[in-house]
Design a protein around this ligand. Structure first.
Ligand code: PLP
Length: 366
């Protein structure tokens, strides 16, 4: 077979795919570590394993009809989301993680000849799904404090704009976009606007009360962060009923497993536990931020999420990233988009202390 037969379709020639840090197993092999000693502080996941929910699932497993497809309308799960969010079941779309919800929005509204407006820097998957759909991406630079440039976003949204991607709290900078500013944007543009609230549970700020009044607003949420279910792959979108109907037209019919749905329902019933975990992470984030800012070569950016962006002054982020990895601590190197920056997921107090100890060692040794 000729190689050209399996090359990406035209329009995706220079496409840069989504990238991530290497696996814990590869890291362990590369640096002679035990895989269980590798700490992932690069994925913004929760440090808590929801054992109780897994035990409940284990009891239910023998009665789960894995021979059948899930109810494709995911009604029971939507009812649980409805209870959690206060939105109507018809204002909810379910996806295989927040990522699938983002892709569904891109599939519904983007194509070649249309533009996606992205407040940059932000979650890189916004660019990835826009480009996969053939859309051109216009990056609107954030202000020096990483705040969204609301006026510039509105200006950028012209007749060819198919979708605007916003993120609050923003990954990787951790700052919020005010609900008034979201309102201003949705009122002043003629295209759909996605607000990714993946880290909502850590900030407590949401714009979901706007969805029934603004049909061009789509809020994307996930159970991968505060709900501790990244591996189960469950997310949802909230939007006006007619918008959900439109999005559902391009949604894959059976992308969630019956097992994940069962687990996610138990999780939503235990939102009180999730709020406790989120509060613990927030308090640990504050402690870690204080510790990190004691290093005179580190600037810590204030965050409303479960991660911290740090900027290094007299050291190369890439080198510190590699050294941390050699000690089994994986953080995200952000320097391709923010000079000399690393993003660190808040983990358990013990793991966070380990990070501080290793950083001290790295800086002392030069
Ligand atoms: C802003 C944002 N949205 C969505 C996701 C992906 O979420 P999910 O695991 O639900 O696909 C992430 C993951 O890091 C994220 O940071």
């Amino acid at each position: 077979m000729m190689l050209s037969m399996v090359s990406l379709r035209s329009g995706l020639d220079g496409f840069v795919p989504y990238s991530w840090e290497i696996s814990s197993r590869e890291i362990a092999e590369r640096y002679g570590l035990r895989v269980e000693d590798v700490v992932r502080m690069d994925l913004n996941t929760s440090p808590y394993v929801p054992k109780k929910w897994l035990n409940i699932l284990a009891k239910k497993l023998p009665n789960i009809s894995v021979n059948l497809y899930p109810d494709t309308s995911y009604l029971s799960f939507r009812q649980a989301v409805s209870e959690y969010t206060g939105r109507d079941v018809d204002e909810i779309l379910v996806g295989n993680g927040g990522d699938e919800c983002l892709m569904i929005a891109a599939q519904a509204f983007l194509e070649k000849g249309r533009k996606a407006v992205i407040s940059h820097p932000t979650y890189s998957y916004f660019r990835v799904c826009s480009e996969i759909m053939g859309a051109q991406v216009e990056k609107v630079p954030r202000k020096p404090d990483y705040g969204d440039d609301v006026e510039a976003i509105i200006q950028a949204a012209d007749k060819t704009t198919g979708l605007i991607f916003l993120c609050s709290p923003n990954n990787p900078t951790g700052n919020l976009l005010k609900t008034e500013d979201i309102k201003k944007i949705v009122e002043n543009v003629e295209c759909p606007v996605v607000v990714d609230e993946a880290y909502y549970e850590y900030s407590g700020q949401t714009c979901t009360n706007l969805v029934s009044s603004y049909p061009n607003l789509i809020v994307v949420r996930t159970l991968s962060k505060a709900f501790s279910l990244a591996g189960a792959r469950v997310g949802y979108s909230l939007a006006a009923k007619e918008t959900i109907t439109t999005l559902n037209k391009v949604r894959p019919p059976n992308s969630l497993s019956v097992i994940s749905l069962e687990l996610a329902q138990t999780a939503l019933k235990n939102a009180k536990q999730v709020r406790k975990w989120a509060a613990q992470v927030v308090s640990e984030r504050k402690r870690l931020a204080k510790k990190l800012s004691k290093f005179n070569n580190i600037e810590v950016v204030e965050s409303q999420a479960n991660f911290l962006l740090i900027k290094l002054h007299d050291r190369q982020a890439e080198e510190v990233h590699q050294k941390l990895m050699s000690y089994g601590i994986v953080v995200r190197d952000i320097s391709a988009v923010i000079p000399n920056a690393l993003r660190i997921t808040v983990a358990t107090p013990r793991q966070n202390n380990r990070l501080i100890r290793v950083l001290t060692k790295i800086f002392e040794r030069g």
